[in-house]
Design a protein around this ligand. Structure first.
Ligand code: ATP
Ligand code: MG
Length: 424
């Protein structure tokens, strides 16, 4: 039997389903220690050389080891970035493709164990646009393909994630509709305007496809930038010995602090000396203390833990009027709260950019919002109230019908895989 796997390789969460010639199969329990075993966090952890774990186990081991070792998340975001080739971990060099392959290989092997057969063919989802530059998008696809090859896949096909989700939503329709499929994930917000019929669609029915590399991680980053990073010295002033100019923390460093994936990769050696000097050069005692906290954050590799606390606060705001970010570590005691209005202020640029990408995708389809019959949403970030409000103001609440947070893309990829499985 010729079976195909279908992998939704997400920036935050990954899922696997598939198909053989008789039909699709349901999402596979690839992470037994996860609250929903069909959802594996796209997290890698290595305590020591050549020892790797993934998903929930990775996170538990990271905390058990008191944040010793290296934890990596949101690595998918580097795929279009030519300046990121790889990193040193425990003195050994790993390319980005090697690291991503560790996640993909685990998904393949656990699926094989579950299905009791070899599985070397895969339909892989990908963002509508890894980057607005076509060559960067193509580069990301080739690197993703290479990762899948390293992970042991022999036949690899691609499908854009929002188009995959459309396969899933088509089944729920009773008649033909013009549908906006919006997938607000961890790394990217992806859209398609598509003519859907209950029996499916063809390539000509995809009226437009678009998106932007801003989603859940960018919202976490906006909380970091506005509410948390100042506590770690992002706004300090200092003066170098003999210098007369008042200086600020380098912008590139502040940008890295505000991106979960980048913070986890920040090299201790590069910065520790600089932080020690900064404590001397700070113009204010409070600033020197903030830099001390920054030094601890980087030296003790607390980035993952800090961003988990921030993400918790963000999620809380989707159902409560106020959120807390509560993070404790010897030497760092962070307890802050903010409400929805403040969060909207922190993330105003992200929200505008995401909704701007949506407006562009609709314009590219040649249709107006009035001509769209239905909105189908997926992805964890669809729960952010301001995005929901943005959709309602453009389309009206009545058109916002469906929201399947985590399984729409993988189920749709499995439908897509079924086409290949039937071909043999
Ligand atoms: N209740 C919630 N409120 C706000 N955000 C949430 C909520 N639940 C999950 N999220 C966010 O959703 C994101 C993960 O969503 P999802 O699993 O759809 O992303 P992904 O598929 O891994 O990423 P991508 O498709 O961009 O590669 C995370 O950033 C997470 O913080
Ligand atoms: Mg996704």
């Amino acid at each position: 039997m010729s079976a195909w796997l279908a992998i939704d390789f997400g920036t935050s969460n990954s899922l696997v389903a598939g198909a053989h010639e008789k039909g699709v199969f349901a999402p596979i329990p690839i992470d037994p220690s996860s609250p929903d075993p069909t959802i594996m966090k796209s997290v890698l952890y290595s305590l020591r050389r050549n020892e790797w774990s993934v998903g929930n186990e990775a996170i538990s081991l990271y905390y058990e080891a008191g944040a010793e070792g290296r934890v990596l998340k949101s690595l998918k975001k580097f795929l279009p970035d030519p300046s990121f080739q790889g990193t040193q971990i425990h003195g050994q060099y790993y390319s980005l493709e090697d690291l991503l392959a560790r996640l993909l290989r685990t998904m393949r092997e656990r699926s094989e164990a579950h299905m009791g057969q070899d599985l070397k063919k895969v339909v892989l989802g990908h963002p509508a646009l890894f980057s607005p530059q076509i060559e960067a998008h193509q580069r990301a696809l080739s690197r993703l393909e290479k990762s899948a090859q390293i992970a042991g896949f022999e036949e690899i096909r691609f499908c854009p994630e929002p188009v995959a989700a459309a396969h899933n939503f088509a089944k729920i329709l009773k008649s033909e509709k013009i549908v906006l499929v919006a997938d607000f994930g961890g790394g990217t917000s992806d859209f398609t305007i598509i003519r859907l019929r209950p029996e499916g669609f063809t390539e000509q029915d995809v009226l437009s496809l678009g998106g932007i590399s801003l989603a859940g991680d960018a919202f976490d980053g906006s909380i970091m930038e506005h509410a948390v990073a100042p506590f770690f010295g992002s706004k300090i002033n200092f003066r170098m010995p003999m210098g007369s100019n008042t200086l600020n923390l380098p912008k590139a460093l502040v940008r890295k602090l505000c991106s979960p994936a980048d913070l986890m990769l920040l090299g201790k050696k590069e910065y520790i000396e600089f932080f020690r000097n900064l404590q001397q050069w700070s113009l204010d005692k409070g600033d020197a203390q903030a830099i001390e906290r920054l030094e601890l954050l980087i030296e003790e590799r607390q980035g993952y833990h800090l961003f988990e606390s921030i993400e918790e606060g963000k999620k809380m705001l989707s159902s409560h009027p106020k959120a807390n970010v509560n993070y404790q570590y010897p030497g760092i005691d962070l307890d802050l709260s903010f409400d929805k209005a403040e969060f909207n202020e922190f993330s105003a640029k992200t929200i505008d950019a995401i909704l701007g990408a949506l407006d562009k995708t609709v314009a590219d389809s040649g249709l107006s919002y009035d001509q769209i019959d239905l909105v189908c949403c997926t992805g964890g970030t669809a729960r952010i109230p301001a995005l929901n409000e943005g959709l309602i103001s453009r389309l009206g609440a009545a058109k916002l019908e469906l929201h399947l947070p985590f399984h729409a893309v993988v189920n749709g990829l499995a439908e897509h895989a079924y086409r290949y499985a039937k071909e043999g």
